[in-house]
Design a protein around this ligand. Structure first.
Ligand code: PXP
Length: 240
């Protein structure tokens, strides 16, 4: 049996909440259910534009769950200060462009590398496990080693897309496998995430050295179908 840990990303519970400006569905409730259901960590991405998770969500979730909170942030002064103040167990540094629909690729590690180094050092000193969300390539693994992070998370968007479209994914699979092997020999823990579905998770879990998956969009979407029947039945009972 594979013992890959599951980090549950609940950003899109907040997306649904924010779409109507109500206070439900509650990301806190989702985090508590994730914990009770055996998730190893809860992931939230505090974006610069606060399009889903908000500062209050971070504080509340951090104070109520016992499993590690994995806070995804861009490498900015504002986000660094928030992470230093809230001390999440895990921090994953991700690229962020305001106009993108989602995180469309791994970090450009050469962009403001000295600042990135400073961010990593401060977070580590503050007691957080620090991860970098990168493309699965050897160059970025070696740079991550130089930057001194505990973990890398490989962006799996490309392979997941190929799998979804029933295209051949072997060369991307091999690229991830080679990068994972190198990271592991460098003493860096390997994670994977973005776009994972039942089908792609089944394939990617076979890649050696991956220790953690972070899954959000598909998981939240799929939860609708697991819950829809019960909610309709409950409403029918209520209005009878
Ligand atoms: N890992 C990281 C670093 C992310 O930024 C995201 C969201 O883009 C995910 C995992 C989860 O991706 P998804 O919502 O597609 O499952």
């Amino acid at each position: 049996m594979s013992n890959i840990r599951l980090g549950v990303n609940i950003d899109h519970v907040a997306t649904v909440r924010n779409a109507r400006g109500e206070n439900y569905p509650s990301p806190l409730q989702a985090a508590i259910i994730a914990e009770k259901s055996g998730a190893h960590s809860v992931t939230i991405h505090l974006r610069e534009d606060r399009r889903h998770i908000r500062d209050e969500d971070l504080k509340l979730i951090k104070s109520k769950i016992k499993i590690p909170l994995n806070l995804e942030i861009a490498a900015t002064k504002e986000m660094l200060n928030i992470a230093l103040k809230n001390k999440p167990k895990f921090v994953c540094i991700v690229p962020e462009k305001r106009k993108e629909i989602t995180t469309e690729g791994g970090l450009n590690l050469n962009y403001r590398i000295n600042f990135l180094k400073e961010v990593i050092q401060k977070l580590k000193k503050n007691g957080s496990r620090v991860s970098l969300f990168i493309e699965p390539n050897l160059k970025d693994v070696l740079l991550s080693k130089k930057l001194g992070v505990h973990c890398v998370e490989f962006h799996t968007g490309k392979i997941c897309n190929l799998i979804n479209k029933k295209k051949t994914y072997k060369s991307e699979y091999d690229r991830i496998q080679a990068a994972a092997k190198l990271a592991s020999t460098q003493g860096i823990e390997v994670h994977a995430g973005h776009g994972l579905t039942y089908q792609s998770a089944k394939i990617i879990k076979k890649i050696k050295f991956i220790e953690e998956f972070n899954i959000g969009h598909f998981l939240v979407g799929e939860s609708i179908f697991y819950g829809l029947k019960n909610v309709i039945k409950k409403f029918k009972r209520i209005i009878k």
